[in-house]
Design a protein around this ligand. Structure first.
Ligand code: KG4
Ligand code: ZN
Length: 347
């Protein structure tokens, strides 16, 4: 089966073609980062309008790259949630209208399932079961994954997501949106040992996280520097960026490695935008090696939002008999949607 997939839950328009047998055939992405940068964050209405502008040219581009036409497509998948309501509606209504016009069935996909399964698009791909650390701009979760559609939540953030902690701290340091990559870049020039930031909930005895205190700690450290010196230098900001990155990476690594040990699995999978972070990657590679385990990541360009992971998740659900493509005469989106709702088995 050849599936055309759409991602439009936030600030990336993604389109891809995936074959259930051959895997990813082509994908295209338009990032709205430059457009939202002037506002310091995603402006939902602008995001929706830009998805409308990009979705048709991207569809043509991706089909041409895959050397296919709409006549070769067997089903159309789209992100049905979670995400921004208007942005989701653009992708969903476009995908479903196209499906209706072509007489094709549709496959609504949970955005986080897309992230969760995206490491299977890399070589070598992890086999089931594995423990997954899902770290995006809106979510931070540790999941036990026993197969496609078999997800059990082991722990999650009680407040801000790890990506949010990166973004909010970066803003305090005067960096532009999205803060994660900018903060990671600035941290390269910094000394992470100069300022010690707290690691909340490290001894909570569970696999939950709390990141909301981190931005306050960053602000306090910045104010202290300003009080002592009048103003923070570039080196001060780089040191603070390095300390922030290390604190977030430490917390994520410690909790996910503990969950891995508790599960008895030897495979850890990292997915979501923060999975692109170099320090997190290097740290987890070294630490899992010490444990005799292996860590898997999606290809770096498929860590952040993209259409490939959505078309692929749809292909996997169909291939494993978990979801049947459905008629395109009706659709809905779910801006808030728990991953447990698309899990078929309690593990
Ligand atoms: O998964 P994603 O693309 O979108 C959501 O579904 O939220 O994740 C975006 C998040 C943002 O918070 C961004 O700052 C963060 O991922 N991010 C990074 C890096 N690249 C993206 N955080 C740290 N280091 C990076 N290299
Ligand atoms: Zn995402």
């Amino acid at each position: 089966m050849i599936i055309l997939g759409y991602e439009s839950s936030c600030d990336e328009t993604g389109v891809a073609v995936v074959c259930t047998e051959q895997g990813l055939l082509a994908h295209g992405l338009h990032s709205q980062i430059a457009m939202h940068q002037a506002y310091g964050g995603v402006v939902p209405e602008l995001a929706s309008r830009d998805h409308i502008r990009r979705v048709l040219p991207l569809t043509k581009q991706v089909l041409a790259e895959a050397k296919l036409t709409l006549a070769n497509i067997d089903a159309i998948a789209y992100t049905a949630g979670p995400g921004l309501n208007g942005a989701l509606l653009v992708g969903a209504s476009f995908a479903c209208s196209l499906a209706w016009a072509q007489g094709l069935p549709i496959i609504p996909v949970h955005h986080l399932e897309g992230h969760l399964l995206s490491p299977l698009l890399a070589e070598p791909a992890p086999s089931f079961p594995f423990v997954a650390l899902l770290v995006s701009g809106g979510h931070t979760q540790i999941m036990q994954v026993d197969g496609v559609g078999q997800y059990q939540l082991l722990g999650e953030t009680l407040d801000d997501a790890a990506g949010e902690a990166f973004d909010k701290s970066a803003k305090l340091l005067g960096l532009s949106y999205p803060g994660g990559p900018a903060l990671a870049k600035l941290a390269q020039q910094g000394d992470s040992s100069r300022i010690r930031l707290p690691r909340p909930m490290l001894h909570s005895g569970d696999f939950d996280f709390s990141f909301s205190g981190l931005k306050t700690a960053v602000l306090t450290a910045l104010r202290n520097i300003e009080k002592q010196q009048g103003m923070a230098t570039d080196q001060d900001r780089a040191d603070l960026a390095a300390a922030t990155q290390l604190a977030i990476v430490d917390i994520l690594a410690i909790k996910s490695l503990r969950a891995l040990k508790a599960s008895g699995s030897s495979r850890l999978v990292v997915a979501g935008g923060v999975g692109a972070n170099r320090l997190l990657r290097d740290h987890l590679v070294a630490e899992t090696k010490k444990m005799g385990a292996t860590v898997y990541f999606p290809p770096v360009d498929l860590c952040t939002d993209n259409g490939a992971m959505i078309a692929f998740a749809a292909a996997m659900r169909v291939k494993h008999g978990i979801q049947q493509p459905q008629p395109a005469h009706r659709f809905s989106v779910q801006p808030r949607w728990a991953l447990a709702d698309v899990s078929v088995a309690s593990v």
